[in-house]
Structures are given as C-alpha cells and as structure tokens.
Design a protein around this ligand. Structure first.
Ligand code: PMP
Length: 355
C-alpha cells in the first residue's frame, strides 16, 4: 500500500506531526449500506494534538510570528475556546515557548482542563452566560485579560483567515495527494461531507476544491455541510444538542455558507450521530468522536436521497467524509458508556458465560 503520509526521517518536533492524516476506505460501512461509490474517511485524530484543530493552531501561530504579531519571549497567546483549538494552541505554545491562556466555559470536562494544564496552559473558567458580548462570557474574559496582560494576543479562530487557509493548504493538499497516488479510478473528490463549527474546515476545503476544478478541469464536486438539529447554521431553530464541536447560534465570520462553495446543508440529530460514531468504531476500527458520526450520518442520508443516488451508484465516485477528532475526550460521556449489545457475538458470549 502506498504511504498515506509524507513523513521522511526524523521530525523536528510534534508540530511536524500536525495533520498528515490518512484517508481511509470505509468498505465495511459502504457494503453494509449497499453503496457502490468509494466511501473515504479523513481521520484527523491521527494528528499530534488529536484533532483537525491542530492545523489551524499551528498556522495561526506561525503566520502571526511572520507578521510580527507574536514575538518569542514576549507575547502571551490568549484564546477563548471550549474545544480542540485550545489543545492545538497549547501544544504549539509549549513547543515554541509562548505563555498561553485558554478561557474555558465552566461546563467543559475536567479531562480537557487537565490536558491543557499539562501542556503548560493557564485555564480560566468562565460562567455560562447567554450573551457573547457580556464581560463575563468566554470572549469577554479573554478580551479583559488581553487588556491587562502585556504582550497579550488573541488569534481569534472565528475571524482569522488562517483558519480556513490551514485547510486550503494542508487538509485539501493531503486529500488530493492521497487520491492522486491511490489505485482509485478517479483521482478527484466527487462529494465532500463535513460538519461546521467555526466553518473553517468546510470553507477552506470547499475553496480549494473549487479552485482545483477551475485549474484542472475536474468535474464539479458536491459539497455538503452537516449541521446538528438545534444549530442555526443549516437552518432551523436554536436548541440543545449533545454532539460537540459543530453547530452554532451565530454565523462565524470565516464560514462561507452558500453556493458556489457549499451546495447544501443537511441536518442530523444526536441519536443518528452517536449511532453512526459507534458504527465507525465497530465496523472500521477507527475510534472517532461524535461529530464524525454526524458527518457520516449526513453523508449516508444524502447518498440515499434522490439527489445523492447518482453518486451512490457510481463505482468511480470518491465520497470524502471528514472525521474531526477521536473518542478520547468523550470516554466518560453517557452516550459512549451506553454500549448497546446488538452487535455482540451470541455464540462467543454463551461460551464465556458457561466458563
Ligand atoms: N468537530 C469537532 C469535534 C470540533 O471540535 C470542531 C471544531 N469546532 C469541528 C468538528 C468543526 O470544525 P470547524 O471549526 O473547522 O468548522
């Protein structure tokens, strides 16, 4: 099998192990669903910090250094984030020697805080407040810290162009390289499915795909964003949901939600997402997180629709689904602990019981 990453020799630091993730055939799910197309998962938990967000953390830090916004030995990186961006930034700061402060909402898991602290970041817990512009909100506290701390810099993943650009230059380049060096008949993306949090992943990938269509004359890909019920990004009302990392009650500046970039939005609920997540783990041996389940559930819904049928039945079609993180941070969540027994082997089990 051709190597799926570009590593040669010894890496300078863990920052060189950011991204470079494998694109993996999901043949068992494809066959179980009766699809003819190639179903491919981009497994981002292979990245050094464990998620797709390592890429943007690395790029935001390195670009800010180039622009003189971050100065080694002086600057302090401050970021309001409840999610993986904090871990990516703390990792980059640990290696590059910057102080780092992450503001984290009170409800986020202790595991996340402990991991941030072990990477040397200061963690400031903020109370749950409804309004984004309140001085006590995640963003409000980060802004106040920036005013007080000399050298304080907020890179701001919601508006920083290096968020989508990280995906334009790395995530897409890796997908294109994997397809080009594969034995698949077609060497381009036919359809792409990804969730949107900040929207950086899908916006950056969509821009790169559209640019390559123009440049290489490849057939136009179908690009679909997957959004949880309860998020407004793909339409519908604000509501509660448990899947982490995707969906919002406002439109982040880096998200470009319309055609020609994104063709369509598909909604998925928690049950569909968690069931699909467990299926990816069980059938494909990939220990992905909940938002990967959402992305796959959305992809399968689309491929079964009237619109998606043509792609589903085309054996040369390459359907790429982004799996943003692993299940590591969700191991203590109720949805993961509650493993259904439907998939166990009864014959083995009766032998074990009789022992
Ligand atoms: N899944 C998870 C688990 C995430 O943490 C994020 C980042 N918020 C996403 C998906 C979506 O990524 P993006 O911010 O690039 O839209």
């Amino acid at each position: 099998m051709a190597s799926t990453h570009h590593w040669n020799g010894v890496l300078d630091s863990a920052l060189d192990a950011v991204g470079e993730t494998p694109l993996i055939r999901l043949d068992r799910i494809r066959d179980a669903e009766g699809l003819k197309c190639n179903l491919l998962g981009k497994a981002e938990f292979f990245s050094a910090g464990g998620s797709v967000k390592d890429r943007i953390a690395k790029r935001m830090v390195e670009q800010a250094e180039k622009e003189g916004i971050l100065i080694p030995g002086q600057s302090v990186v401050i970021e309001p984030t409840s999610r993986w961006t904090g871990i990516g930034l703390a990792l980059a700061c640990a290696i590059k020697g910057y102080k780092c402060i992450i503001t984290l909402p009170a409800k986020m898991s202790l595991e996340k805080e402990v991991l941030l602290r072990s990477l040397g970041a200061e963690v400031v817990r903020t109370p749950y407040v409804l309004s984004h512009d309140s001085p006590d909100s995640l963003i409000g506290v980060a802004e106040r810290l920036k005013e007080k701390i000399p050298g304080g810099v907020i890179l701001d993943q919601y508006s920083n162009p290096n968020n989508p650009l990280a995906h334009y230059y790395t995530t897409y380049a890796e997908i294109a390289h994997a397809l080009k060096t594969s034995n698949l008949r077609r060497k381009s993306v036919t359809a792409l499915f990804a969730g949107a949090g900040t929207g950086g992943t899908i916006t950056g990938l969509a821009r790169a795909i559209r640019d390559s269509e123009e440049k290489d004359g490849a057939a136009r890909a179908t690009i679909v964003a997957v959004d949880p019920v309860g998020s407004i990004l793909g339409g519908g009302d604000v509501g509660m949901y448990q899947v982490e990392g995707i969906g919002y009650d406002f439109f982040p500046a880096v998200l470009d939600p319309k055609p020609p970039l994104i063709d369509e939005w598909i909604k998925t609920d928690d049950d569909e997402a968690f069931a699909a997540c467990k299926r990816i783990i069980r059938l494909e041996g990939l220990a992905v997180g909940g938002s990967s389940g959402s992305a796959l559930a959305g992809a399968l819904k689309f491929l079964k629709s009237e619109e998606g049928k043509k792609i589903a039945e085309d054996p040369t079609a390459n359907v790429v689904v982004v799996f943003p993180d692993g299940v590591r941070n969700y191991m203590s969540k109720e949805w993961f602990l509650k493993q259904d027994e439907g998939s166990r082997d009864e014959e083995l089990h009766s032998t074990i019981r009789e022992l």
